[in-house]
Design a protein around this ligand. Structure first.
Ligand SMILES: Cc1cc2nc3c(=O)[nH]c(=O)nc-3n(C[C@H](O)[C@H](O)[C@H](O)COP(=O)(O)OP(=O)(O)OC[C@H]3O[C@@H](n4cnc5c(N)ncnc54)[C@H](O)[C@@H]3O)c2cc1C
Length: 399
């Protein structure tokens, strides 16, 4: 595979020199420190190794959007997305580890935490010494996340939490989980729940890794159970009965990050396929890249990459300026993840049988792209939000 990345050509024109240098530094780390270990880790059914997490922590990747006053890097969504693309070029699993830790884990605290909570956690989160998990999804509540079955009942000055969260990314390494729980069953839709910051080692909290997952293979995905867990008032994150706002607001940035993962996969596929099409010879000892039907796919990948990257970075800029409508974040995730998944199959097809091999690298991206279609809001369910924006009379059942 050639070492030149096509994405660099586009990115160089879209971001300033410092941001491009940052992207290259993370991309070099991924190529030198992550890529050579991927196959062995996957074949051994292991998760992202702790030394790799530590190294990413030392690079500051867990603190990218955290303010410098809280020991972070003082960046924004742009830095997060550039990190996401650079790491997911090789592995979405590795990218989502600091990705979920920041864009889903520390983000709710950054957006809704009070100063005491921020001071208590953000410096350790920024250094990767602590990790928060985003506890929204439950066995019985996926798209209908505004109505959690996990419940927090008043108990004197505090609360008692019961129920189960699942699909919790990074649960294996988490210090705390941001739990979205029902606190007012009779409240208005979207105003029935509250978020709580719960230590993973609190009495009554238990975690189990979800088995049998064949996407994001190196990423930890846990189920977290709460058996009558005591939480105090100072563990409430944001306002009581406004917990869904905390989660939904966080997801806007999260969806931009998920779109970045799909861009990383697209970028890898384009480079992989264009170099293979020049290496592989069939009929008269000439490369398959001379066939127009092979060229069509390479060009489709290239167009998709340039369009996706340009659109995504435009929306990231709006997000960092605090003026991105939430429908836009949903739209870009839907569009890029669906297009990248479809094109990944075409990319594999024009490479032939070799694409089935794990060492070829495309199958990993094919599998991982599935998560970008359902994660942080299933693409089909999210269309409801966009439809409501287009036709304001339609009631948005997702809130
Ligand atoms: C690897 C992985 C990691 C994840 N990490 C996290 C995490 O860290 N934290 C977390 O909280 N969650 C996480 N999730 C959960 C993820 O956000 C949910 O899977 C997603 O929200 C969809 O929920 P569901 O899978 O229960 O699907 P369901 O809600 O059961 O929906 C199934 C399907 O029904 C259809 N559907 C449902 N509702 C509608 C609607 N309103 N309109 C149209 N069609 C609809 C869609 O086709 C949808 O795909 C993760 C998921 C995966 C796979």
């Amino acid at each position: 595979m050639t070492s030149a990345r096509r994405i660099d050509t586009y990115l160089r024109e879209l971001v300033d020199e410092d941001r491009f240098a940052f992207f290259e530094a993370v991309a070099d780390f991924a190529k030198e420190r992550v890529a050579p270990r991927l196959l062995a880790l996957e074949r051994a059914h292991e998760l992202v190794p702790e030394d790799m997490i530590r190294e990413m922590g030392e690079m500051g990747l867990f603190g990218l959007p955290i303010a410098t006053e809280h020991d972070g890097q003082g960046g924004g969504q742009l830095e997060l997305v550039l990190m996401g693309i650079a790491l997911s070029y090789w592995s979405q699993s590795v990218a989502i580890t600091p990705g979920a830790a920041t864009s889903l884990g520390s983000k709710p605290l950054m957006l809704f935490g009070n100063e005491t909570q921020k001071r208590a956690h953000l410096p350790d989160l920024a250094r990767g010494r602590r990790m928060f998990v985003f506890g929204l999804s439950e066995p019985g509540r996926g798209s209908d996340a505004a109505n959690p079955e996990v419940v927090a009942r008043r108990d004197g000055t505090g609360w008692r939490l019961s129920g189960e969260k699942c699909w919790s990314t990074n649960a294996r390494w988490a210090s705390h989980v941001v739990v979205h729980a029902l606190t007012d069953a009779a409240g208005r839709r979207g105003h029935r729940s509250t978020c709580f910051l719960v230590p993973m080692n609190a009495p009554g909290v238990s975690y189990a890794e979800m088995g049998g997952k064949s996407v994001w293979r190196l990423s930890s995905t846990g189920s977290i159970a709460f058996a009558d867990v005591r939480v105090e008032e100072d563990q409430v994150l944001g306002e009581v009965n406004d917990g869904f706002k905390v989660m939904a607001t966080t997801l806007n940035g999260g969806r931009l990050f998920v779109a970045a993962l799909a861009v990383g996969s697209l970028a890898f596929a384009l480079d992989r396929v264009s170099s293979y099409a020049m290496e592989r010879e069939q009929f008269d000892g000439k490369p398959i890249g001379r066939f127009q039907r092979v060229q069509d796919v390479v060009v489709d990948l290239d167009i998709a990459l340039e369009e996706s990257l340009t659109w995504l970075l435009h929306l990231v800029k709006l997000y960092d300026q605090g003026r991105l409508p939430r429908e836009q974040a949903a739209k870009v995730k839907i569009a890029i993840s669906s297009r990248a998944s479809r094109l990944m199959l075409d990319a594999m097809e024009i490479c032939g049988g070799v694409a089935c091999l794990d060492e070829f690298g495309l199958m990993r991206h094919h599998d991982d792209l599935f998560v970008t279609r359902v994660g942080e809001g299933s693409n089909r369910a999210l269309r409801t939000q966009i439809a409501q924006d287009l036709m304001p009379g339609i009631r948005n059942i997702l809130q």
